[in-house]
Write a new protein. Structure first.
Ligand SMILES: [Zn+2]
Length: 255
């Protein structure tokens, strides 16, 4: 564990976490990576209450994927994130209630893995890697050696990405346990493949840009809380692929 001046290490110098928890072709000590990450988000940028623990754990867990991206490739980091995904529970909101030892009272580890996926989803929405990386650095610099709460992070983020209304995104992903669902259906017509889609979310204003690969091109559709459709220039629905691994969303085929 990362506590300054009281570090404990129990991973026996094994790969991953005691030999497991990371993709088979990756070979690093998860504990050293994760706990070193806490020197940034945790020991330098610190949350004042356990209800805001995601400031430590979500950013540090997401930084593991960035490490894999830096050392290997972006596609390797997507595989790493897929390893985190089964641990997401969606039972409690990420941001808890202050003043009640929140983090110790709930059973979830969503502050870690779900938080990591929320940041990954936000990156897909921002869809500009240079800005995304500058944002992470800017966020750290803004709060280096400070004690903060979630609202500080959210305000900084909204000010950074002014062109996107992040209110519904924050409310859906950080203050509610449920994740949104995209219902979709593809049908082949004479004029192309018709893709029908609709976002089912608890936050009515939530809009998520979703990337769809059509043949060798990638297009972006904005999925909202109402029935929508688009005609794609493709003959076969098998040539159309929704890039699901960029988002923390349940994609469900419409009945
Ligand atoms: Zn941690």
């Amino acid at each position: 564990m990362e506590h300054q001046s009281a570090i404990a290490y129990g991973n026996l110098y094994r790969r991953g976490y005691l030999g497991d928890r990371i993709p088979k072709d990756m070979n690093f000590d998860y504990i050293i990576l994760h706990e070193s990450g806490h020197e940034y988000f945790g020991n330098s940028v610190s949350a004042s209450d356990l209800a805001d623990m995601w400031i430590h754990e979500s950013f540090t867990t997401y930084m593991e994927a960035l490490y894999v991206e830096c050392q290997m490739s972006y596609s390797a980091s997507l595989r790493y994130l897929e390893y985190q995904r089964p641990y997401i529970r969606n039972e409690e909101p990420i941001i808890g209630v202050r003043g009640m030892n929140w983090y110790k009272r709930v059973k979830t580890s969503d502050q870690y893995y779900k938080g990591s996926w929320i940041l990954h989803t936000l990156r897909s929405i921002v869809d500009n890697d240079e800005r995304w990386k500058a944002y992470l650095k800017g966020l750290y610099d803004a709060f280096e050696m400070k004690i903060i709460i979630s609202e500080d992070v959210l305000e900084f983020t909204q000010n950074y990405f002014k062109e996107i209304d992040l209110g519904p995104f924050f409310r859906q992903y950080l203050y509610r346990p449920e994740i949104p669902i995209v219902q979709y259906k593809m049908s082949e017509t004479q004029d192309g493949v018709k893709l029908q889609y609709q976002l089912i979310s608890q936050e009515p204003g939530l809009k998520i840009p979703v990337k769809v690969r059509v043949g060798d091109q990638t297009i972006k559709i904005i999925v909202e809380n109402k029935p929508q459709s688009i005609l794609l220039e493709s003959e076969k629905s098998s040539d159309v692929q929704i890039l699901k691994n960029l988002y923390l969303i349940d994609f469900v085929i419409q009945p």
